[in-house]
Design a protein around this ligand. Sequence first.
Ligand code: SAH
Length: 254
Amino acid sequence: MTGSLVIVGLGPGNPDQMTPEATAAITAAGDFFGYFPYIDRLSLRPDQRRHASDNREELARAKAALAMAASGGRVCVVSGGDPGVFAMAAAVCEAIEEGPEEWRNIDLSIVPGITAMLAVAARIGAPLGHDFCVISLSNNLKPWEVIEKRLIAAAEAGFVMAFYNPISKARPHQLGEAFDILRRHLPSSIPIIFGRAIGRPDETIRTVRLQDASADMADMATCIIVGSPQTRIIERDGKAPLVYSPRSDRGGSA
Ligand code: SAH
């Protein structure tokens, strides 16, 4: 008998930012696969089983979850944020494409979640108010040259950018290089927002100008939003500034 597989987005960290659809999918499932900290966020019943694994094992995790679903399990794969944004939904699709024919018959559904950049943006104003693009700065799965090319193209096209996976112990240099590239292609006054652990008890958020941005302002729990030349900062007495990108978008420089 073929079982089911649901891939669920848990949101950025605050349980209030998880959808009722995600909560219902978790209640209905029996076996849970995911990266340790996401599995730790679940409050499960005694009859529900955890299969936590390391961050770098996405494809192996996807295959294990599919194999269990194919043999009749009600399986749930969890991701932080949204499962389709640099996360498990693509890994499961890849495993299905490469795997045995029977995996295509599994009852598969994907439950979206609030992705990190939306949680960061909502904390600070509306920095994603006009056209934007999203780039993972991790070169684990793509060459650094591809990232450089995309940064330059996005800067020249006037996009706001959101950076995921900005830095890690194994990749300490990329973020500094990314800021150097941006400084060559964008005005040094554009706002850079560092949103860290948004929705969790230790969340922090700060905005600096590109000229003052440095790699030590981020860690792997940080999502960075790079303003376009039109993004503005509104200072407010006694309140955090608002950062927004106006809907009327003239494209190039401000
Ligand atoms: N699927 C996730 C992203 C996974 S990639 C999502 O949709 O949010 C992991 C990266 O997401 C981190 O390196 C960081 O850039 C970002 N991130 C995840 N949770 C975050 C949070 N609560 N606050 C800020 N950034 C976060």
